[in-house]
Design a protein around this ligand. Structure first.
Ligand SMILES: [Ca+2]
Ligand SMILES: [Ca+2]
Ligand SMILES: [Ca+2]
Length: 210
């Protein structure tokens, strides 16, 4: 059997109406037996990962299901790494992503080599078809740590650009921000934005303990 092919059926017909099996043919005088071997080509499901911003090293896990011998196996991807390419028998499959913390799944698109319309959660893989699905994730800014002199409570504002993960502030960057002689305190901030190129964040430092 050539690789990428399966023997899907064998049928034998006798000209005199006998029941015939290809592994034990009983040829009678004047009989013609016609055997048909049918091979089915496997297809491919390819999944590519794209991150915004591009090339982020974050690993994304995918749950895959469907198929028997072989089954469609789970896998993980990064943007820069190889795509996942599995050779499978024609049938119904699905693939979905476990969205990593700090990321949003912003697009899934699947393209069929034979022009079918395909959805990642209900793929219909045909013989010889290649379906390529691209999962795009957009990064939220995750943890922003503001290091400040926390001798006193202050409120300030900064503007973050899309894709920006961290920032730091210096005296004079922001109106009202002053550095008092006191111990350093880390202030954690978590949030995210989509659909805009910038947002303004209000940061409130906690009261210090004397
Ligand atoms: Ca016969
Ligand atoms: Ca990629
Ligand atoms: Ca298809």
């Amino acid at each position: 059997m050539p690789t990428g092919w399966d023997l899907s059926s064998i049928s034998c017909e006798s000209s005199i109406g006998d029941a015939e099996s290809s592994d034990s043919l009983e040829l009678d005088a004047g009989e013609t037996i016609t055997c048909t071997f049918t091979n089915t080509k496997r297809g491919h499901i390819i999944v590519d990962k794209v991150t915004e911003p591009s090339g982020d090293p974050q690993l994304f896990s995918f749950n895959a299901s469907g198929g028997t011998t072989p089954t469609y196996e789970n896998f993980s991807l990064t943007d820069d790494g190889e795509v996942n390419d599995q050779e499978l028998k024609p049938g119904n499959y699905s693939v979905n992503e476990t969205v990593a913390r700090g990321w949003v799944l912003t697009d899934i698109s699947c393209i069929s080599s034979i022009g079918d319309s395909e959805n990642a959660d209900a793929l219909e893989l045909d013989a010889g078809e290649t379906i390529t699905c691209t999962f795009t994730n957009t990064q939220q800014f995750t943890i922003i740590t503001l290091v400040c002199h926390a001798g006193e409570l202050y409120v300030s504002e900064v503007t973050l650009e899309s894709g920006q993960r961290t920032f730091s502030l210096s005296p004079g960057d922001v109106e009202g921000l002053t550095f008092n002689p006191c111990s350093l305190t880390e202030v954690g901030f978590e949030g995210g934005f989509l659909g805009s190129t910038s947002m303004t964040v209000t940061i409130t430092a906690p009261p210090s303990t004397p």
